[in-house]
Design a protein around this ligand. Structure first.
Ligand code: 5AD
Ligand code: SF4
Length: 474
């Protein structure tokens, strides 16, 4: 989500006539887009601002702006701690970044944080703004902002606000536009993508659907006799997945409690929806899951994972896990290890619990887990995750896979980096110069726990995207 916000900010600056600088020293404007989901992001911001102080004193016309979740959370504190910051903006007014920078030029430092987006203001959604995409063949589409869940460790609901979905028709138009531009891979983004659209259907007429209702909730909902309040994620997957030119559809992140069989069916029915499901587990202990407010047990999670694997052929399953949540005992941690081993994830993002201000878990100080114990658990968990990841990856050796080329590989000049449909990184040995966006068939030759190595067999399609010319606002 933050990376996508960064693309929007770059897009806005470019639309205003700016060009990317090659280094910080050469920049006239530096925007730090922040994340506050874990504490080390906080620390990094103030460290980075400290480093920029010298630059600003040598070049007073340099403008420094801070945006994103941390700005939403820290507000005035940022300019109190770093007086050389010109602009602070939050998560609900990214579209004002350029105006605020101009205002700061004449009026001095400004701060603008909105509590929530203005209703119906779809410009406040990342995708509704000019985007400078880092890669031309791939695009992100924010289908929903905010989150209505109450996970007790999580700061997102307080900095991103309640869940609001973008109209179905608008998303389809945007996806079609992407396809026309030669984009072949779309990633649908939201904090809880599988509840997408529930809020939209709440506000519609349920007996006699109008064009407006169809635009809001899509044809499938309107055509159904039983027009009830329901999430529309499965419909959206099918519709985006059936667009001509869109070869790959991905999404992050679904919530296990809302993973319905309808979604599993939509994933399996739509050829372009990739065989990858990122399903955040967070913990395998029932009592910790309950203290986290996750709405499922370890066993229920495993059932969902089994159902998904059964319904979607060759599915890769990845997850997020937190260790050291307040009150987590050795037994709770063992439960997590057991669920993780049984789920046999293809990979996992793992975190040590971080106390976030304003969250319920931040108040559970008497139950905080000793940091050294949390670190030990983290290391043990990594071993279990890496073991299943290595097995999953070794299992790919000898297979022919379709990959989408991303660019240069860290492995050397004879290699390019690509991604399989399962979202695995593959370093591809080839002496042909394969452009980003190329589709190819490769044979998997080797595997580690976090990447594959392959050899080119055949190029299936070359990139279709046109080089975009920046649009000037004036
Ligand atoms: N501490 C540690 N990890 C967290 N996450 C979210 N909040 C916290 C926190 N307070 C992790 C969750 C989530 C991922 C994006 O970040 O695992 O799924
Ligand atoms: Fe945070 Fe839970 Fe919402 Fe995810 S579902 S953003 S973890 S509150």
């Amino acid at each position: 989500m933050n990376e996508h916000d960064s693309e929007r900010i770059s897009g806005l600056l470019e639309a205003d006539g700016m060009v990317p600088a090659v280094s910080e020293e050469e920049a006239d404007v530096i925007v730090l887009n922040t994340c506050c989901i874990r504490e080390n992001a906080d620390n990094r911001l103030y460290g980075a601002l400290g480093n920029l102080k010298t630059l600003k004193s040598e070049k007073p016309e340099l403008q420094i702006a801070v945006g994103g979740c941390l700005a939403q959370k820290d507000r005035e504190l940022i300019q109190e701690r770093a007086k050389h910051v010109d602009v602070v903006f939050g998560t609900h007014n990214v579209q004002n970044a350029v105006t605020l920078l101009k205002k700061a030029k004449t009026d001095g430092p400004v701060i603008e944080i909105l509590e929530e987006i203005v209703e119906g203001d779809y410009e406040a959604f990342p995708s509704a703004l000019p985007v400078r995409r880092e890669v031309d063949h791939r695009a992100w589409m924010t289908i929903q902002i905010g989150c209505d869940n109450t996970c007790t460790y999580c700061i997102v609901p307080s900095v991103r606000g309640p869940e609001i979905s973008r109209p179905f028709g608008q998303l389809l138009e945007e996806a079609k536009d992407f396809a026309l531009q030669g984009v072949t891979e779309i990633t649908l983004l939201g904090q809880n993508v599988n509840s997408y659209g529930r809020d939209l259907t709440k506000n519609l007429k349920h007996n006699d659907p109008s064009d407006f209702d169809i635009h809001q909730a899509g044809l499938a909902w309107a055509d159904n006799q039983n027009r009830r309040v329901k999430p529309l994620f499965a419909d959206l997957l099918k519709s985006v997945g059936s667009l001509e030119g869109i070869e790959r559809v991905r999404f992050i992140s679904p919530h296990p409690k809302d993973l319905t069989s309808e979604i599993v069916e939509a994933m399996s029915a739509s050829e372009s929806v990739c065989e990858h499901l990122h399903l955040p587990l967070q913990s395998g202990s029932d009592s910790i899951l309950s203290a986290m407010h996750r709405g499922y047990t370890g066993e229920r999670f495993l059932e969902k994972a089994r159902e998904a694997r059964k319904g979607i052929e060759d599915l890769s399953l990845t997850t997020d896990i937190i260790v050291g949540f307040p009150g987590e005992t050795e037994n709770d941690f063992t439960d997590t290890l057991e669920v993780v081993a049984e789920a046999a994830f293809d990979s996992a993002y793992t975190f040590i619990f971080s106390q976030r201000p304003g969250t319920a878990a931040a108040e559970m100080t008497s139950e905080f887990v000793d940091h050294d114990i949390a670190v030990k658990r983290y290391e043990t968990l990594r071993k279990v995750v890496n073991r299943s990841a290595l097995l999953k990856h070794k299992d790919r050796i000898g297979r022919i896979e379709e990959v989408l080329v991303e660019g240069k590989s860290k492995k050397g000049t004879d290699f390019v980096t690509a991604r399989t449909r399962q979202n695995k990184v593959i370093h591809l040995e080839t002496n042909e110069s394969l452009k980003p966006g190329t589709f190819a068939q490769v044979e998997v030759k080797d595997a580690t726990y976090n990447y594959l190595v392959g050899e080119l067999r055949e190029i299936i399609a070359t990139p279709k995207h046109r080089k975009r010319i920046p649009v000037m606002a004036e």
